[in-house]
Design a protein around this ligand. Structure first.
Ligand SMILES: NC(=O)c1ccc[n+]([C@@H]2O[C@H](COP(=O)([O-])OP(=O)(O)OC[C@H]3O[C@@H](n4cnc5c(N)ncnc54)[C@H](OP(=O)(O)O)[C@@H]3O)[C@@H](O)[C@H]2O)c1
Length: 295
């Protein structure tokens, strides 16, 4: 099997690439990046702007993947909110271009989507519930999901707050930020009104691999089992890392004055659980990270 990963230098894309690089011959994996070529040559990396339709289709046609893992996107939700045009061009039109490439070689697309396609009005969402995004990033992801669903060979994976050990060029996730700050003796201010289902990246990678192994198509929720606010999450991280919990200070997100609304969405993971896919809770994930950092 041959795999092409768009946004392959990004947090999720690079984790997918690292896992594939040890499970399939490296010549069968290619990653693409826009602006930052990864310093580690784990597999071949090609520069690609998915806004460039012809270049996107040409690359897919020349590499001839069996699977395209499409993780390239503008992920900054506040940027998407204040400037719709780049979000439309990359997240929606870019996905349309990637899909056109997939159709030209008949390969499968794995689309990395988000909880933000839902508004949070329901207490828990199953995969087939109707999306209703409340911010523009969520809207672009929903539009892209619809494009993918119109192509039979799609696998849509909705996730939330991916965390784990990341590369030095990646943005620090909540766990790494809390640990770094508290270890430096600083306080961490975390909102009590932002709720998430934090997802340990190695579990996300493993779930995608299992879904592909089982030839799954359609939409799947792949998030950690805990639904909690950022303050509670930070406390649990501090506990797992044996850090001073008094350094975690509860605030409300009012303070941030951010343009994009945040949804409070709980996803059901029954569908992947029935397939035997296991996802770690936040304390187990943080403990695993501590162990890896100390090894
Ligand atoms: N992070 C989250 O909280 C979260 C939650 C749910 C779902 N997701 C989804 O998961 C996927 C991966 O997210 P991530 O956290 O790994 O994001 P990330 O670290 O910000 O990576 C985004 C990737 O997209 C690439 N990219 C941006 N614009 C591009 C363009 N015009 N052409 C080609 N590549 C472009 C970036 O390349 P450069 O770095 O080279 O610019 C980068 O490789 C995204 O689809 C995102 O919507 C993320």
């Amino acid at each position: 099997m041959r795999y092409l990963i768009t946004g392959g230098n990004g947090t999720i894309g690079f984790a997918l690439a690292k896992a594939l690089a040890i499970s399939v011959p490296t010549e069968n994996v290619m990653i693409t990046y826009l602006s930052r070529k990864p310093p580690q040559n784990i597999v071949e990396a090609k520069e690609l702007d998915i806004r460039d339709r012809d270049a996107t289709i040409a690359l897919i046609k020349s590499f001839k993947p069996d699977v395209v893992m499409h993780s390239a996107a503008i992920t900054n939700v506040d940027l998407c909110e204040t400037d719709h045009a780049p979000a439309d061009a990359v997240n929606v039109q870019g996905t349309a271009n990637v899909l056109e490439g997939c159709k030209s070689v008949g390969c499968k697309i794995v689309y990395i989507s988000t909880v933000a396609v839902f508004d949070g009005a329901k207490s828990v969402y199953a995969e087939e519930d109707t999306p209703n995004p409340i911010n523009y990033n969520g809207f672009t992801k929903f539009k892209s999901e619809e494009l993918c669903r119109a192509y039979a060979r799609h696998l849509i994976v909705r996730t939330d707050q991916p965390y784990g050990l990341v590369e030095q060029w990646h943005k620090k996730n909540t766990v790494l930020r809390v640990v770094e700050k508290v270890r430096a003796g600083e306080s961490v201010r975390e909102p009590t009104d932002w709720y998430n289902m934090p997802t340990y990246i190695p579990d996300l990678v493993n779930a995608i691999a299992k879904l592909l192994e089982g030839n799954a198509t359609g939409t799947y929720h792949v998030v950690g089992p805990d639904f909690l606010n950022r303050y509670e999450w930070a406390l649990r991280v501090a506990r797992a890392f044996a850090l001073d919990e008094t350094k975690i200070v509860p605030i409300t997100s009012e303070e941030f004055k951010l343009p994009a609304k945040r949804q409070r969405v709980r996803l059901s993971i029954d569908k992947i659980t029935k397939l035997g896919i296991k996802m770690r809770g936040v304390e187990d994930g943080a403990r695993e990270m501590k162990k890896l950092l100390e090894s």
